[in-house]
Each structure stands twice: as structure tokens, then as C-alpha cells.
Design a protein around this ligand. Structure first.
Ligand SMILES: NC(=O)c1ccc[n+]([C@@H]2O[C@H](COP(=O)([O-])OP(=O)(O)OC[C@H]3O[C@@H](n4cnc5c(N)ncnc54)[C@H](OP(=O)(O)O)[C@@H]3O)[C@@H](O)[C@H]2O)c1
Length: 334
């Protein structure tokens, strides 16, 4: 069977399509015929070696994918052949607190950019039936992260105001979940077209963060000086201090992304004075994924997909994601 492998060095040039032995499921494992996958910025960091300097190579990249169960080991009870499943991002985080050392797909262990994949039965979840394969493939990382940030750690309530940074995968799931929960959404983005898309998805107010670099002041105006209840923080070092100013006293910031850098100096005073909660998020558990799927199924939420590439063009899809012109998710069809 075919798989993409990151070979004995890192970088996109070190990824190649190889023939591998057909995998066989062990007693508690499932064999999955992959149908679709979705990309995350994290995959680019894995490929260029910056996320895991001591990566075990060769590595099959990508965390997010969906396929049909082809065969199961004799002790498997959770799924059966024919079921459509996705792998969970941290394979052994089933519920409760995160494990100290994460074993994630396409990182510490082989991922899903292969025509066939074997995973432990505990490491898969059935996905909502009405979604296409590509739509379902977007769920394991970006959607679970947004769900954990707002619905689990954020305990989002109807009527709350959420500030969402950007229009990428995590941000648009956060927008859709916030609307689903009856919250008001303010989106900031670098593009008028993307802001229009955000409004179509239910954003009440939008701010162009390049034209209005002090968007936190605009956010305060839009909330009558009070500030927002939640911030979905994907910018990282370059945006956190603005988010701290934009959030209300007692508000909540989900620290998710590091798109504008990882090291920063921030004033601690407003965090203390306003008693803000800044919560680090690392995707989420299987039970969060399952709860999210129930909500998605009930509300018939449709993930926003920007573009789908064929499996063979996986390398082009990475280059496309790197350009960051997308809205929502970039996917692969197998
Ligand atoms: N902690 C976790 O568990 C977790 C899980 C998933 C992702 N992440 C991280 O979260 C970040 C976003 O992931 P993603 O999948 O949503 O990425 P994505 O699909 O590539 O979207 C990124 C978007 O962020 C926006 N952005 C970039 N720089 C910004 C800035 N300075 N201010 C405001 N917005 C900015 C851009 O929106 P516009 O184009 O609209 O300007 C961009 O399109 C990445 O750093 C990723 O690694 C973390």
C-alpha cells in the first residue's frame, strides 16, 4: 500500500510517496482504508523539523483523517468493519486530564497520510454520518481544539461575546460553535473577503486587523468598554497582549496558536487586575471529540473547506497551506 513518508531528514523535499507492506491489525487494533485527510499548520512544523527536533524517522505525516474500517482484531468491540471513523489526535487521551506525554498522530507516531492505517480501537471515533469524507476529516484537530477552548474550558454561555482571530481552521470552527451556543462573535482578519465570509457564517462584527492594528481598542468600543467574555487566541506572541486588553474582567483567553511567534514580554498587571484566565489548549480528549460530534450531528454543522487536493498531490497541498490564503480547511481526497 502507498504512504507518504518523511525520510531521513526534514523539510518538504524529504517527503516521498513509498510502497509499504500492507498493515495487519493486532488483537485490539483496527485496519482503516483511508478516504480523506485534512491539514493543520502543525503538520508543516512537523515536516520542517521545528516541532520535534528528535523526530523518529521515517514518519507518516498528518494527524487528521477519516476512513472505513476494513478489518478488526479479535478483541475489538468498539467498532466493526464498514464503520467510518477518524483517529483521535492524542491517541491515549480518552477523557479527563491530558496525559503528561502526548502520543499524537503524525508526530510521536505515524499519522494518516497512507492509504491504509492501523490504530488501536481506543484511538478511533465514529464520525457524523451526514458529513462528506473530507468534512469529517477536518474534525480531529481544529474542531476538537475549538470545542475544548470554548465549550469545555470556556464554559461558553448564550449571550456571551467571543473574539475570534483569523479565518483558518480553528477559528471558523470556533465561530460556528459560538453561534451554535447562542454567543455573539467578533472576528478579526487580514482580508475583506475573509471578513465577508465570517459575516456569512454569523459573525456580528468584523475588524480588519491590518487596517486597524489596535483592534483591541475597537473591540472595547464594540462591547461598550466592557471587553469580550472569551478570546480564541491563535496569533500567540504578537497578539496576546492585545487580547488581554480586549477581554473583560474575569474573562477567558484560550491560548491555542503561535502564528505570530512563541516568545513575548507581556505586562502581568492587567491579568491580575482583571483576574483573567489564560488557558493553554492542546486539542482535546476522545470524550470531547464524541461530545462535539453529538452537537455537530444535532445542528448539522458543515465544516468550511477551502480546497481539496487528490492524495497524490499532498506535497502541493502543504505548499498551499503555507501560503495562508485559505479560509477554513485544506483537505486531501484518497
Ligand atoms: N493548541 C492546539 O491544540 C492547536 C490545535 C490546532 C491549531 N493550533 C495552532 O493554532 C493556530 C491556528 O491553527 P489553524 O489550523 O486555525 O491555522 P490556519 O487554518 O492556517 O489559520 C490561521 C489563520 O490565523 C490568522 N492569523 C495569522 N496571524 C494572525 C495574527 N497576527 N492575528 C490574527 N490572526 C492571525 C489568519 O487569518 P486571516 O487569514 O483571516 O487573517 C490565518 O488564516 C496555529 O498556530 C496552529 O498551530 C493549535
Amino acid at each position: 500500500m502507498q504512504a507518504f513518508e518523511l525520510r531521513n531528514k526534514t523539510g518538504l523535499g524529504a517527503v516521498s510517496l513509498v510502497e509499504r507492506k500492507d498493515p495487519q491489525p493486532g488483537p485490539e487494533q483496527v485496519l482503516i482504508q483511508m478516504r480523506a485527510a485534512a491539514l493543520n499548520p502543525r503538520d508543516l512544523l512537523v515536516l520542517n523539523g521545528s516541532l520535534y527536533p528528535t523526530l523518529r524517522l521515517p514518519l507518516v505525516p498528518l494527524s487528521d483523517g477519516v476512513g472505513h474500517v476494513m478489518a478488526v482484531g479479535e478483541k475489538v468491540t468498539r467498532v466493526k468493519p464498514g464503520d467510518r471513523v477518524a483517529g483521535i489526535f492524542v491517541q491515549h487521551w480518552l477523557s479527563g486530564e491530558a496525559p503528561e506525554h502526548a502520543l499524537s498522530l503524525g508526530g510521536e507516531m505515524d499519522g494518516v497520510l497512507a492509504r491504509q492505517v492501523v490504530l488501536p480501537q481506543d484511538g478511533v471515533v465514529p464520525v457524523p454520518t451526514y458529513l462528506t469524507d473530507e468534512e469529517a476529516a477536518t474534525l480531529p484537530c481544529a474542531a476538537v481544539t475549538a470545542w475544548n477552548a470554548l465549550m469545555v474550558q470556556g464554559n461558553l454561555k448564550p449571550g456571551a461575546t467571543v473574539l475570534i482571530q483569523g479565518t483558518g481552521g480553528v477559528s471558523l470552527f470556533a465561530l460556528q460553535f459560538a453561534r451554535m451556543a447562542g454567543a455573539r462573535v467578533i472576528v478579526i482578519s487580514s482580508s475583506d473577503e475573509k471578513l465577508e465570509r465570517a459575516r456569512q457564517l454569523g459573525a456580528e462584527q468584523t475588524i480588519h486587523y491590518k487596517r486597524t492594528p489596535d483592534w483591541e481598542l475597537e473591540t472595547l468600543k464594540l462591547t461598550d468598554g466592557r471587553g469580550v467574555d472569551h478570546v480564541v487566541e491563535v496569533g500567540g506572541a504578537g497578539t496576546l497582549s492585545r487580547s488581554i486588553n480586549a477581554v473583560r474582567a474575569g474573562g477567558h483567553i484560550s491560548l491555542i496558536g503561535i502564528l505570530s511567534g512563541i516568545n513575548t514580554e507581556i505586562s502581568l498587571r492587567p491579568i491580575l487586575r482583571k483576574q483573567i484566565r489564560i488557558q493553554g489548549i492542546y486539542v482535546g480528549s476522545r470524550s470531547m471529540f464524541e461530545a462535539m460530534n453529538r452537537a455537530i450531528e444535532l445542528h448539522k454543522l458543515k465544516p468550511v473547506i477551502d480546497r481539496v487536493f487528490p492524495f497524490e498531490e499532498a506535497l502541493d497541498s502543504f505548499g498551499y497551506l503555507e501560503k495562508a490564503n485559505h479560509v477554513g480547511k485544506v483537505c486531501l481526497r484518497f
